[in-house]
Design a protein around this ligand. Structure first.
Ligand code: VG1
Ligand code: CO
Length: 545
């Protein structure tokens, strides 16, 4: 095999964010850009070479080209074996499962998750390590460090284009390449976690209908295999099943505005009983009942309270965790069940140690992410199957289950307001304005509530003792209400300011309010605190979830 050692210059912007390196497609297509990053990964993580490395993506534009480059670089860097998802497709949760079940060294997942795709859209690379989870901070820092002083990369010359559309095995120099089918393996695994007999009965019965929106992203083949082929749901259950390189021109982001057809169906006449959607790479989930939206934070709490109904949790939960901005609904359940409950920074990588150490079995984020110790990623279809299993066992509607939960634990009114593509300097000014006030806020009254504590969230990992600082600014009220401000780490243009607001209501007559209305005073207080309209020049947020 003929190997080139190509001279290159560092790019200053290859710092991975909350979930991998995410940039515009056009940035990724600059000469040497992808190559520099991949070489930095191999240099910073030499262990990836000593075994099988998984490669695949959510099918977005540039996926196939990037896979061919990665194969040639892997061969030139002495990787023993690369396993590729059939057609170049590999969902993030399936990648996590395959790493664990095949004993792989890690995975390169080519995805910018819920960000739009296409030539004008985004591309991204996530690195998962041998435990199946996203690379921890220490690793992503080392990759970034390497990317700032890279001078050469290695790539195989003249290697043939590898056929990734057939299940077969080939060689590139000394490196083995195998194209694998992740779908069947993942479906088999799901069947061990849930009661497929009962879910199948529900899906085949005349009095239950569901819709699952694959958003033309990676979950289409998985949903078809599991929901239709194995569980017997009718064919019209799945919307937008075919993975497309531009996701049909839309954001593969499972929320009420981007999953428009699904929300129209679920909120329209003759609505189905259950609706769900996942994102580009299959790790997120949105859960809907008939004319009813389940907040991701509530979904996590309800899962915790009902885990005993699910075969996988027959032995109990051990503990639970949520990311800091996620509502405290799960904390209340954990307290009642006398389970430890951990609060981690945003991003799945922070759950890894807790899961590996057996301290928790269930965890989630407000951003439509929930999962368990069955993998080391959030898992969209897993969450859908959890809800289906629950509906099959409890024989109640989604709305009844949620309302029951509120009656028992109170309702955590919750909203997230996103100000997208704000000029970075202005977003920093908002954060600085709030940071300045942290020390004087305790004792003050905002929106008629007394502030108990205000801080810049830092997390001490209880397993490896590492400290992660500056993970969001929190204003905590004596009532338990919270305001949180954070800057996103997944955007590709300017900065995205996220404002998270939460208030717990337990009075039986206060369980039915409109969240935007009930939280109005806190939202106004937060907006004033950061002088958001003045500093960002935005009248209102771009996205409200
Ligand atoms: C967002 C979410 C975070 C999630 C991350 C990756 O990050 O808020 O909860 O883990 O996306 O999700 P940020 O930094 O933009 O707030 V995915 O589906 O991209 O892997
Ligand atoms: Co995702």
């Amino acid at each position: 095999m003929d190997i080139s050692v190509v001279t290159t210059q560092p790019f200053p912007d290859q710092k991975p964010g909350t979930s991998g390196l995410r940039k515009r497609v056009r940035q990724f297509r600059q000469p040497h850009y992808l190559e520099n990053y991949i070489q930095s990964v191999f240099d910073a993580c030499p262990d990836l070479k000593n075994g099988e490395l998984l490669v695949g993506g959510d099918g977005r534009f540039h996926n196939r080209e990037a896979i061919q480059v990665i194969l040639r670089m892997a061969a030139a860097n002495g990787v023993q074996k690369v396993a590729i998802g059939y057609g170049g497709l590999l969902s993030t949760p399936a990648a996590s499962y395959l790493i664990r079940s095949r004993g792989a060294t890690g995975a390169l997942i080519l995805s910018a998750s819920h960000n739009p795709g296409g030539p004008e859209g985004d591309f991204g690379i996530k690195l998962n390590t041998a435990n199946g989870g996203p690379a921890p901070h220490s690793v992503t820092d080392a990759i970034f460090e390497q990317s700032t002083r890279i001078s050469h990369y290695r790539i195989a010359n003249g290697a043939e284009h590898v056929d990734i559309d057939h299940l077969h095995a080939v060689q590139m120099g000394d490196m083995d390449i195998e194209v694998v089918d992740p779908v069947g393996t993942y479906a088999d695994y799901m069947a061990t976690l849930f009661d497929f007999d009962r879910i199948g009965e529900l899906l085949r019965s005349d009095h239950f209908r569901m819709r699952f929106d694959s958003m033309h992203a990676v979950t289409g083949p998985y949903a078809e295999e599991i929901l239709i082929n194995r569980l017997g749901a009718p064919a019209d259950t799945i919307l937008r099943a075919e993975p497309l390189a531009d996701f049909g021109g839309r954001h593969p982001d499972p929320n009420l505005s981007h999953a428009r057809e699904l929300s129209e169906a679920l909120f329209g006449r003759d609505a189905p009983d259950f609706g769900a959607a996942s994102d580009g790479d299959g790790d997120r989930n949105m859960i809907l009942g008939r004319r009813f939206f389940v907040t991701p934070s509530d979904s996590l709490a309800i899962m915790a309270a009902n885990a005993h109904h699910i075969p996988a949790f027959a032995d109990g939960l051990k503990g639970v965790a949520r990311s800091m901005p996620t509502s405290q609904a799960v904390d209340v359940v954990a307290e009642k069940l006398a389970l430890p409950c951990f609060e981690t920074p945003t991003g799945w990588k922070f759950f890894g140690n807790l899961l590996d150490d057996g301290r928790i079995r269930l965890c989630g984020e407000e951003s439509f992410g929930t999962s368990s110790d069955h993998v080391r990623e959030k898992d969209g279809l897993w969450a859908v199957l959890f809800w289906l299993n629950l509906l099959a066992v409890r024989r109640q509607s989604v709305e009844e289950i949620v309302r029951d939960h509120w009656r028992q634990y109170g309702r955590h009114y919750y909203t997230r307001h996103d100000y997208e593509a704000v000029e970075s300097e202005r977003a920093e000014q908002v954060m600085a304005r709030i940071r300045e006030q942290l020390s004087v806020l305790p004792g003050q009254s905002l929106a008629g509530m007394r502030v108990a504590q205000a801080d810049d969230f830092a997390y001490r990992d209880p397993v490896d003792n590492s400290l992660t600082e500056h993970q969001g600014l929190r204003v905590l009220f004596e009532s338990g209400a919270r305001i949180v401000f954070r800057l996103s780490g997944t955007g590709t243009e300017g900065a995205t300011l996220r404002l998270y607001i939460e208030q717990h209501e337990t009075h039986p007559e206060h369980l039915d309010a409109d969240p935007q209305e009930l939280l109005g005073p806190l939202i106004d207080a937060a907006s004033r605190l950061g002088d958001i309209p003045g500093l960002t020049r935005r009248e209102k947020p771009d996205v409200i979830t």
